[in-house]
Design a protein around this ligand. Structure first.
Ligand SMILES: [Ca+2]
Length: 311
């Protein structure tokens, strides 16, 4: 059967030898429900979390005194997990997407988002001031989910245990909306402004710009020898966010970074992105071909918008 499939499709044999057809890493689609460009993260193993050695390296890279300054104990231990394949938004959810959602459902519009509805930059402005519940409701409306922590982290760092989306070199200003170690930026950036920070799947702004809600409560990972350090703020007290933010600066710009906020709390540097598990047979369907073509078209539109804003 493999020989009959288009080149982009791969037949993969998993446990029990159920043959699953999927596409290659980073293949982009446009999701028909919310118009998001999404990239594919293939099934398979990835390395999650940090060793204490990794944490020391990250602390040095980020100019921090040590792993404790990063609260890096939240990311212990380092281990290998298996995940099914999924799509994840290439960009943080934007004001234009939130506007369509609000128009379709009557959902509340965060003030910070509403202010930007009419600007030409709206398709590139990250939606902000979103609570955990609002993020969950948006994802459900689109027929998607918030990424689990593992899905978020694999999308950010790929299968090979790298510390940052681009590899193992310290963050630099071309990799994300980081500001400097001495001064954070004054505001978010337009989504996708830092192609040099792309993850192995092409996802952008995984580090920096807005914080991104996951589907999970912040809790110690199984086997964490320093789990007691999280006793005061876990379990089921804080929803977990990922990726650091432009406002919180250089303590958060590593792929394994975790952060928590109470479910009802949000801030101007809190946004989201969604994940989607395609139905069985999606990759052999006309819908897949349609969504892939739509992604190419949408990327050209976004490039034109970006260019016109720069002129
Ligand atoms: Ca982000």
């Amino acid at each position: 059967m493999t020989g009959l499939l288009p080149a982009l499709l791969l037949a993969v044999c998993f446990t029990g030898c159920r043959t699953v057809v999927e596409t290659s890493a980073g293949t982009a689609i446009r999701h028909p429900a919310d118009g998001a460009v999404m990239v594919y993260v293939p099934a398979g193993a990835f390395t999650m979390g940090l060793s204490e050695g990794d944490a020391g390296t990250v602390a040095k890279d980020l100019g921090q005194d040590g792993a404790a300054s990063l609260w890096a104990w939240e990311a212990y231990p380092k281990r290998v997990l298996q995940l099914d394949g999924y799509f994840i938004d290439k960009y943080e959810v934007t004001v234009t997407q939130w506007q369509a959602y609000a128009a379709a459902t009557g959902a509340a519009t965060p003030n910070q988002t509403e202010r930007h509805f009419d600007t030409p930059a709206a398709p590139l402005i990250p939606a902000a001031t979103i609570s955990w519940k609002q993020a969950q409701e948006y994802a459900a409306w689109a027929g998607k989910v918030l990424p689990s922590e593992a899905q978020w982290e694999k999308a950010a760092r790929g299968p090979d245990g790298r510390l940052y989306p681009w590899g193992n070199t310290a963050p630099t200003p071309d990799r994300g909306h980081f500001g400097s170690r001495e001064k954070v930026p004054d505001l978010y950036a337009l989504v996708g402004s830092y192609p040099g920070g792309a993850s192995p799947y092409g996802a952008l702004d995984m580090l920096g710009n807005q914080y991104e809600w996951t589907s999970e409560w912040l809790a110690p990972y199984p086997g964490n020898p320093l789990a007691y350090k999280m006793d005061d703020y876990t379990p089921d007290m804080n929803g977990c966010l990922r990726g650091g933010s432009w406002y919180h600066g250089w303590v958060g710009f590593y792929a394994a970074k975790r952060f928590g906020l109470p479910p009802d709390e949000t801030h101007f540097h809190v946004g989201m992105r969604t994940a989607w598990l395609p139905p069985r047979d999606y990759f052999e369907s006309a819908a897949f071909r349609r969504d892939r073509a739509a992604a190419k078209k949408r990327e050209r539109q976004l490039a034109r918008i970006r260019q016109s804003l720069a002129e």
